[in-house]
Design a protein around this ligand. Structure first.
Ligand SMILES: Nc1ncnc2c1ncn2[C@@H]1O[C@H](COP(=O)(O)OP(=O)(O)OP(=O)(O)O)[C@@H](O)[C@H]1O
Length: 312
């Protein structure tokens, strides 16, 4: 089945010459939740704005349900719900009126059944006649999602859904997203919180300086998360990893005084015993040994740092 959102070599250079997107290619499958993870200024908002027709790409293409975002803008936009970062609701408006109004903006006929379904999906049905200012912060954010879903889009963009909110609200949002996923909504969310990507996403795309560095199923990342590192401090520095140790995944510190061995905690054999024997057989004397578990955060930081290094 063709991906519901197809992005091909999308580039964006702002007036003034800043290149915010440097050729992004990405496919999003129907029903999945993709987290677009990246540091500030990585290009997340630019990517979303371009797909939603708020920003015009410099080159490349994208389509939603087969509708090109430029040639077939209205149809493409119809398929998209966009939840902005900021709460931009009229405080005295009635909750359900917000949804009816948003639906109307897309030229869709009034449909109380759709609004009811969306409000129930978001656990806001009891609050349908409340005024926005009477709602808690979490409910207001759910009203924003309701507005974005009122015209029955197939893809929902959540731009930093929990930026600057407290832990309880964040959990509330995670539950809401879970519920939407169970209902088959395709979601792309941007975040710079790694734990958020971990909690909600099926796949994680890491973006930095306008480029996608990596797209992987979360399960794959979790497998990597299961990797552990054994740091072996050496008494004497090594100039290089000895050839006899080539079978092990070893990295030598720049000063030659430490070896780092990465191994999979889920593997049947870690290989540590063999490595210890091999070190001893090669006359390498150990000073200290420590283990540490790598986290998604490490993977992310490493990826970004690696790229920084390449730029230098
Ligand atoms: N209208 C604009 N004109 C010029 N440069 C812009 C414009 N909008 C964004 N930029 C620049 O493009 C880069 C990417 O910005 P963008 O908002 O897409 O990043 P982001 O990943 O969403 O960051 P954040 O997490 O801070 O929202 C930034 O360096 C930003 O300064």
């Amino acid at each position: 089945m063709a991906a519901i959102l197809q992005i091909r070599d999308l580039k964006k250079t702002y007036d003034g010459g800043f290149q915010a997107l440097k050729g992004v290619t990405l496919d999003i499958e129907e029903g999945e939740i993709l987290a677009l993870l990246g540091p500030n200024g990585a290009g997340k908002t630019t990517l979303i704005s371009t797909i939603c027709g708020i920003t015009v790409p410099t080159s490349g293409s994208a389509s939603v349900s087969g509708h090109d975002i430029l040639r077939d803008f209205r149809q493409a936009r119809m398929e998209i719900g966009l939840v902005p970062q900021e709460i931009n609701l009229e405080p005295f408006s009635i909750v359900e009126d917000n949804l009816h109004f948003s639906r109307g903006l897309f030229g869709k006929p009034r449909d109380p059944a759709v609004v009811e379904k969306v409000l129930k999906q978001l656990s806001l049905w009891d609050k349908r006649r409340s005024r926005v200012h009477e709602l808690s912060g979490g409910m207001k954010r759910r009203v924003l999602i309701g507005k974005a879903l009122a015209h029955e889009p197939r893809v929902l963009f959540l731009d930093e859904p929990t930026a600057g909110v407290d832990v309880a609200l964040r959990k509330d949002m995670w539950e809401t997203v879970d519920q939407l996923k169970a209902d088959g909504v395709t979601i792309i969310l941007t975040t710079h919180y790694i734990e958020e990507a971990e909690a909600m996403a099926d796949r994680v795309a890491v973006i930095r300086k306008g480029e996608i560095l990596m797209v992987e199923p979360k399960a794959e990342l979790m497998r990597r998360l299961g990797r552990k590192e054994l740091r072996i401090d050496l008494r004497e520095p090594l100039a290089a990893v000895p050839e006899a140790l080539g079978a092990y995944d070893l990295a030598l510190a720049a000063d030659g005084l430490a070896l780092t061995y990465s191994y999979d905690t889920q593997a049947e054999r870690t290989g540590i015993a063999g490595l210890m024997r091999a070190l001893s057989d090669n006359g390498i004397v150990l000073k200290d040994i420590q283990t540490r578990q790598s986290s998604l955060e490490d993977i992310f930081v490493d990826l970004v740092a690696e790229e920084e290094g390449e730029d230098a």
